[in-house]
Design a protein around this ligand. Structure first.
Ligand code: ADP
Ligand code: ASP
Ligand code: MG
Length: 815
């Protein structure tokens, strides 16, 4: 035989109950002899709890009784043929009247005991099981409703009763003898004590009911039918990428559920484990899916851990003081006290110096625990041998679980690296001696970010998500969005990277969407739904969303964003930028940004600061990291100047070439902005700094291309007039070069820690001789590349290649 247990969501609606009927019928028709355990309809246990508390507070519960009636009657109307409905309505009505009377008693007494509360909430399971058994009776006349409180016997620990196993076993055995050929619908969650008073087994306890029946009846399997595809690697409501685990050991399932994976109630594993009965977690809404099997042996998959679970609300109490040192009975006294008073201690850590013990409890127990401790250790407190403990609130526990953990070194390293990288502070740590579990206590507001970051860290080979906040939607920004949209599927499939743009801002509007902005229609969304842009609030919002693996992209050319970089790094957010301003400002700021990024474990990538998408910054970094020594860097890093000199050959006049370049859009509106060499200088400055030199812009020896008369002209028109006059000067240069079989180049050089940029004539042996169009070129002469320098050459400007460079930086974040 089999036990089939359906949770609240499975019996929550007419539609879901139809799915339940299908699963049960299929099993019954196959001759699997199912015994069915149902929870209350979803939301009903909570509602009943609320009603009980309201009644004690003298608030009305009449409306809620009506709500319960409507909820159940609606199902009866939809799923039972009219001619059979009346007796079912009558019986439900009788139960509702009984409930109302009990609530009236609570109301009159203004007091709600745990015993009355259990009685009240037991109605949820009684309603649903009776109702569904009646629906099923139409198809399988052997269907019968059973109230489990007659068979499950417990102690009188109301709210969380413990099983009287021998008696329960005996009662269930005799029940099944007398009902051998029935299809039983048994209420989950409830039992009764010796005096016959109703007790409950703890929230989520219907799973446990199923396991108790399964164990006594030696079921072949205990199936827990719920609303997800089994036990997942994390809570799917928080971690979107959580996936279903095919096999878990009892221990793993126990640890995961103990630390919050509510899909199965922890005690459920005990009866199943003792009899080695497998538990299957299945999805009522996808019955074909195999789900998770919980069994004795864990499987040997490659997964380093099985899952990550969490308890979102926990309080910690820290006990410290000199009175604890070497006192062996101390923790004994503390925990005996808490156990005696039924305070559940979720987790304990003790520092090796024995100076302090930290333990975690449910927030509802915290104040009581504190009072008990104050009373128990009154003498020690008075003598200042103990420091008065305090409760810390708004904390969560995150636990990683898996049997493979003990065979795989580096698990805790990976956990803490992921937390640290995302700026999550760890308040306390505990590792079970079984090594199946490492748990950490963190601030509650960080929980969602922590779960996602840790999930990515352990299942990185599966998929990593980057959350991107992009500033600037000009040429480069919009090209990047197009490239990201085009590459989305490819990246996911081949590199297991998902890039979600969750914030976009330009100088007018800004837009956020935690689930990712659609990059096909971002423009329309931004214009339509965007708020008025404001950089400070954009950054505040980015920090406030507290997402894991965050990247800020600065695709602007303005100074303002760079003033926020330090603050952004301090929030553990990486930066990718094509904006040169931050790196080419003062050296002190350049250094500060790197140090801040490093100390917060985040990346600062700016490949496109030099040579657009060409791999220059990266090559230099790799050379340095691998211990090579840079002897000399020579470079042409201005596409515009390249273009001009490449075309300044034959009969062309310098004036015409510049005019022409401007007409083609290769120059700034004032061509002196290019020909003046300042942009080039900034790139050389960044390279020199990256090569390890402490250097300022004022240290660069920037040679001029233009004669003084052109530079001092007060307008662009006047500049051109002067440029025309200077034709003779440039022609002389050109002729001199031609006579020597050379070409004119504007070359930057870094040698002996000095940067200079100057016009030079180079012959055909020089690697820069054959440069064409607007290409950039750079040569690195190093200890390793001494005879023949390492040369990188290619297009060094344009939206397509620059956005491509930003893209490449982005996928390398966190790599
Ligand atoms: P039921 O009503 O069927 O008893 P529960 O609500 O008690 O269902 O448990 C199922 C829910 O548990 C899921 O909907 C899911 O949101 C939550 N959950 C939390 N952690 C996990 C996990 N690791 N795997 C699967 N579900 C989880
Ligand atoms: N209905 C009970 C609860 O909500 C028991 C269960 O669903 O397992 O806790
Ligand atoms: Mg449940």
């Amino acid at each position: 035989m089999k036990v089939l247990k359906f949770g609240g969501t499975s019996v929550g609606t007419v539609q879901s109950i139809k799915s339940v009927l299908e699963v049960v019928k299929t099993s019954y028709d196959k001759g699997e002899k199912p015994l069915v355990v149902l929870s209350a309809m979803s939301g009903v246990t909570n509602l009943l709890t609320q009603m009980a508390e309201n009644a004690a507070e003298r608030a009305s519960f009449a409306e809620d009784i009506q709500l319960l009636e409507d909820k159940h009657f609606e199902v009866v109307k939809q799923l039972i043929a009219i001619k059979y409905q009346n007796p079912v309505f009558t019986k439900l009505k009788l139960m509702l009247n009984e409930l109302e009377e009990i609530l009236q008693g609570v109301y009159a007494l203004k007091e709600l005991s745990l015993q009355s509360k259990d009685l009240i909430i037991s109605f949820g399971e009684r309603f649903s099981n009776y109702m569904v058994s009646k629906i099923m009776e139409q198809y399988i006349p052997e269907s019968i409703y059973l109230d489990a409180s007659h068979y499950i016997k417990t102690d009188s620990n109301f709210g969380n009763a413990h099983l009287n196993e021998p008696l329960t076993t005996q009662l269930i055995m005799s029940l099944t003898h007398s009902h051998a050929d029935k299809l039983m619908f048994v209420t989950g969650f409830i039992g009764s004590n010796d005096a016959g008073r109703i007790t409950t087994l703890g929230r989520g306890g219907s799973d446990y009911t199923a396991a108790i029946f399964g164990s006594v009846l030696n079921a072949s399997v205990i199936e827990i039918w719920t609303d997800v595809n089994g036990m997942l690697t994390a809570d799917p409501r928080i971690v979107k990428k959580a996936f279903s685990l095919p096999i878990l050991s009892y221990t793993e399932a126990m640890e995961l559920s103990y630390f919050g994976a509510k899909v199965i109630y922890p005690p459920t594993m005990i009866p199943a484990f003792l009899k080695r009965i497998p538990i299957a977690i299945r999805n009522t809404f996808d019955p074909e899916f195999p789900g998770t099997i919980i069994q004795f042996e864990s499987d040997c998959t490659q997964l380093p851990i099985k899952g990550i679970s969490s308890i979102s609300d926990i309080s910690i109490i820290n006990l410290s003081g000199s009175g604890m040192i070497g006192k062996s009975g101390f923790s004994g006294r503390l925990f005996t006290l808490l156990a005696r008073e039924q305070i559940n201690v979720v987790l304990i850590t003790q520092s090796s110096s024995e100076h302090s013990i930290t333990f975690a409890v449910n927030p509802s127990d915290a104040e009581r625990a504190l009072k008990l401790i104050s009373a128990e250790f009154e003498l020690e407190l008075e003598a200042n041998k103990l420091i008065m403990p305090e409760v810390e609130q708004n904390l969560s526990v995150l636990a990683i679980v898996g049997e493979n953990m003990k065979r795989t070194p580096g698990m805790s390293g990976r956990l803490f690296a992921a937390l640290g990288r995302n700026g999550i502070n760890v308040r306390a740590i505990a590792q079970g001696s079984s090594e199946f579990n490492i748990s950490v206590i963190i601030s509650k507001e960080d929980l969602s970010k922590a779960l996602n970051a840790v999930h990515d860290a352990f299942f990185a080979e599966l998929k990593k998500t980057l959350h991107v906040f992009n500033l600037g939607t000009g040429n480069i920004g919009s090209t990047l969005f197009r490239q990201l949209a085009e590459q989305h599927d490819f990246l996911l499939e081949n590199n297991d990277i998902e890039i979600q743009v969750v914030g976009i801002a330009n100088s007018r509007k800004m837009l956020f969407d935690e689930n990712g902005i659609d990059l096909q229609s971002w423009q329309k969304k931004l214009d339509g739904d965007g708020q008025i842009a404001d950089l400070a609030s954009f950054i505040d919002k980015m920090k406030g969303m507290n997402l894991p693996n965050c990247v800020f992209i600065d695709n602007t050319a303005s100074k303002l964003p760079s003033t926020y970089y330090e603050d952004i790094f301090k929030s553990n957010i990486s930066i990718v930028t094509c904006n040169k301003i931050a790196n080419s400002g003062s050296y002190a700021n350049y250094k500060l940004l790197r140090d801040t990024a490093r100390s917060h474990g985040v990346d600062f990538f700016y490949e496109t600061n030099v040579g657009a998408g060409l791999p220059i910054v990266r090559v230099l970094r790799d050379l340095m990291l691998s211990g090579d020594r840079i002897l000399k860097i020579e470079a042409i890093l201005s596409g515009t100047i390249s273009y001009i000199f490449n075309n300044f050959v034959g009969d062309a006049s310098f004036y015409d070439v510049v005019k022409n370049a401007q007409a083609l859009g290769y120059t700034e509106p004032d061509p002196r902005d290019d020909l003046g060499g300042v942009d080039f200088m900034r790139k050389m400055l960044i390279l020199a700094r990256d090569a390890g030199h402490e250097i300022e812009a004022s240290d660069v020896d920037l040679g001029a291309i233009l004669p003084e008369s052109c530079l001092s002209a007060t307008s662009v028109d006047e500049f051109y007039t002067e440029l025309l006059k200077a034709d003779q000067y440039f022609n002389t240069l050109k002729e001199k070069a031609a006579a020597e079989n050379k070409v004119i180049r504007y070359i930057g050089k870094l040698e002996d820690g000095k940067v200079s940029i100057s016009m030079q004539m180079v012959d055909e042996k020089h690697p820069f001789y054959a440069l064409s169009g607007s290409d950039n070129i750079i040569s690195f002469t190093t200890e390793r590349y001494k005879e023949r320098p390492l040369v990188v050459k290619g297009p060094g400007a344009g939206a397509e290649v620059t956005a491509g460079g930003v893209f490449a930086d982005l996928v390398n974040v966190g790599a």
